[in-house]
Design a protein. Structure first.
Length: 113
């Protein structure tokens, strides 16, 4: 049975837009999946996400869609981890309010006279 886009709820449409490969959706369907496997799937999802996508909004929407019904699932914990560790974004010593990464090595990052 094929589902047409008009048969989907707004949250399902959003989840499909945010997870076009279905990686997050399928992780919730895998029986016996562990946290390490969920982290690997999450990394694949994050690397394939568009650069202009707001990751905080995307993770929140995915958590609302999938995590609400399965609060004890390892992927729910990984998505929550991604939300909390993704804030601030900069390396240690940088301004925690600045989401832009800062170079940490090489000659360009060293102060010049």
């Amino acid at each position: 049975m094929t589902t047409s886009p008009t048969d989907l709820s707004p949250t399902e449409i959003t989840a499909r837009q945010l997870d076009p490969k279905g990686l997050i959706r399928e992780s919730y369907r895998i029986e016996g999946i562990d946290a390490g496997q969920c982290r690997s799937i999450f990394l694949d999802w994050a690397l394939s996400a568009p650069l202009d996508q707001d990751s905080t909004a995307a993770l929140t929407a995915l958590l609302d869609h999938y995590g609400a019904a399965q609060a004890d699932h390892p992927m729910t914990a990984v998505l929550r981890e991604g939300l909390t560790s993704g804030r601030g974004g900069g390396p240690s010593g940088s301004d925690p309010g600045d989401p832009r990464p800062r170079r940490r090595g090489g000659w360009r990052s060293r102060p010049r006279d």
